[in-house]
Design a protein. Structure first.
Ligand code: NAP
Ligand code: 8YV
Length: 312
């Protein structure tokens, strides 16, 4: 019997096509009358394909009584309620590791671009200010600075290993100390006081909501910078906008925001902010690898009742 799969989004056209070739695929994003579809077909769906961006609402799980598995494109699962899944016996897979290098590279790229004022420098050259006014203002060096990493997991460790050769000293904050030589902080304000640069690479969700607040930003100080490749929810965004406006921090490099894709327009006005549209894993190579892993998890479930990269 062909199994029925519900795709919340198109993970990558070629891979969605692979899923459609093997399963009875329904594209939820393309269905106009969703209540009628769920009433008619909801009972047949055994698997959902989604992404870290869309997750799965609990009220949708409630309308899929035979749902067995959620295969998600991405590593963050802050939009999938794992307790609700456990209670319903639903298994969940993500796509860890494969995106780690690109996301760590993006954090490092944002750190360099923010510290060295890449975008104002680009504008200085392009706009003719260089020819008209001479050299742009001096920036600040990374060598010898202290980097505080919030969440030293797969991505955090890859960031640290890239930062060391640039001459940065590493400290980190997390729930548990790791078996590494970097300095562990069990308090975020202490980490921010110590650090020149904070990079956020922890999960989103309730446990980390707004942990980078006014007090942490003020501890980071007027030449400190914050880089966020975690989730927008980790920073108290109004407090960050105040700190950038009042110049109580030095700058920010942001890949993620509270309200994506409708980012707070206040960010666009700051010259000391580098913006990236939640694209840290957005390379052809990594997105193909993530999409293949979604397909492989889906097939592993239906062929062998197992998942390759389960989280529950
Ligand atoms: P990971 O290996 O699970 O690492 C997460 C780290 O965060 C772990 O060291 C964990 O520490 C720590 N952590 C967990 N809860 C915490 C808390 N309440 N406070 C502080 N630290 C906490 O995950 P990963 O693969 O590195 O991914 C990390 C996150 O990056 C994802 O969850 C996602 O939100 C984000 N991400 C963003 C993008 C993007 O496009 N911008 C792409 C991929 C991932 P313990 O070991 O002590 O639990
Ligand atoms: C993706 C992400 O941008 O993996 C994550 O947690 O946030 C990113 O890799 C996302 O999965 C695409 O929807």
């Amino acid at each position: 019997m062909t199994r029925s799969v519900l795709a919340i989004t198109d993970i990558r056209p070629a891979y969605t096509a692979m899923i459609a070739a093997r399963y009875d695929l329904h594209r939820f994003d393309l269905i106009d009358d969703k209540p009628a579809f769920l009433a008619e077909v909801g009972g047949k769906i055994t698997a959902i394909v989604t992404s870290a961006r869309f997750g799965v609402p609990v009220d949708l799980m409630d309308q899929l009584p035979n749902l067995e598995v959620i295969t998600s494109f991405g590593v963050g699962y802050d939009l999938i309620d794992l307790e609700a899944c456990r209670a319903r016996g639903i298994r969940v897979s993500t796509t860890p590791d494969i995106l780690t290098d690109d996301v760590a590279d993006t954090a490092i790229m944002l750190m360099h671009a923010t510290m060295r004022q890449l975008l104002p420098g680009d504008d200085w050259a392009r706009s003719g200010k260089w020819a008209a006014n001479g050299p742009m203002a001096l920036t600040r060096s990374l060598l010898g600075k202290r980097l505080g990493i919030v969440g030293l997991g797969r991505i955090g460790q890859a960031i640290a290993s890239r930062a060391l050769p640039s001459g940065l000293e590493i400290g980190y904050f997390g729930r548990t100390p790791k078996d590494v030589d970097y300095r562990f902080f069990d308090d975020l304000i202490d980490l921010a006081e110590w650090a020149d640069i904070l990079i956020l690479s922890c999960p989103g969700g309730d446990a980390t909501k707004g942990i980078i607040n006014k007090d942490v930003l003020s501890a980071l100080g007027p030449v400190g910078i914050v880089i966020n490749v975690a989730r927008g929810s980790v920073i108290d965004e109004p407090a960050l906008i105040d700190a950038l406006r009042d110049q109580t921090i030095g700058g920010a490099g942001l890949d993620v925001f509270y309200n994506e894709p409708n980012m707070d327009p206040a960010f666009a006005a700051f010259a000391n902010v580098v913006l990236y549209p939640h694209h840290a894993s957005g390379t052809v190579e990594t997105r193909d690898g993530m999409a293949q892993l979604v397909v492989d998890n889906l097939d592993a479930w239906h062929d062998r009742v197992e998942l390759i990269t389960p989280i529950i």
